[in-house]
Design a protein around this ligand. Sequence first.
Ligand code: AMP
Ligand code: MG
Length: 323
Amino acid sequence: MPIDTDLAWAAQLLREGELVAIPTETVYGLAANAFDAEAVLKVFEAKQRPAFDPLIVHVHSAVQAAAVAALEQAAPELRTQAEALMDRFWPGPLTLVLPKTPRIPDLVTSGLDTVAVRMPDHPVTLALLHMLPFPLAAPSANPFGYVSPTTAQHVADQLGGKVPYILDGGPCTVGVESTIIGWEATVEQWVLYRHGGLPLEEVEAVIGGVGRASKRVLPASPGMLDSHYAPLRPLLIGSVPVLAGELAGKRFGVISFRNRHVAHRCEVLSPGGDLAEAARNLFAAMRRLDQGAVDVILAEHFPEEGLGRAINDRLMRAAAKRG
Ligand code: AMP
Ligand code: MG
């Protein structure tokens, strides 16, 4: 299995236009040279990702972000706010959607004139980025639509045969994908494309209220797809005792926040009631239940605040698979 910690080898593969799975604080990414359309095409093929789903470009600094996002051409207010966000939250789980530079191939952005960019907070991947003369386009390293990987082994389990090398940086410390906001030129406002690892409250403390992207305003933001991040087993959300009562005879697994429930298998994400810990454990728990001998997965609603919003968002999209 090609899982190891050899940075020089990973850098060489990327320079040759190959794919490498990389650790980040959110989830593992499947990376390619963001300036090389041929390399990026391999990402779409390995993931079986539809070409309408744009990738996030990973950079090692705000300076490198300027090669990706054309901030100098942006309205002064947008530029000031984007720089304030980078300054405050990078490296970290905040992705900014900004006007793109011509260096970024259309394939990366699915033909949009905006690009998603972020600086990951992981020492291994930051060191790798510093070794390379280009940024890395990287979506989550999982087959399209399935639960995202939070360990190197998760990547190997699903994409092992399709990725030449998996750079192991240990388990992800945040555990859910980045929060994505973007400047929506038509409404001249920042809008939210996806709840994620940085609580929206923290973003709003810096730039004020963030609007909600409607599917009409946004032609192509598959992070907004109803069904995504989904296990293979059906998943139902609500009161666990009530749902369990309706499932006579079925074997069910449970995803709960703090309390243990009577079930074939119960995954308690944070006995101490810490939403960040719960987010970190969410995807691994979903995978374990998906692989275990259960017919259905039941999940509680999490508190709709901080990282609880990202957790509820992922659970709802996992549940939408059934429809
Ligand atoms: P992933 O890296 O797998 O979490 O997916 C990246 C997500 O970023 C996509 O599914 C989109 O929802 C979002 N995204 C990337 N680029 C853009 C863009 N230019 N405009 C809006 N959303 C974007
Ligand atoms: Mg993904």
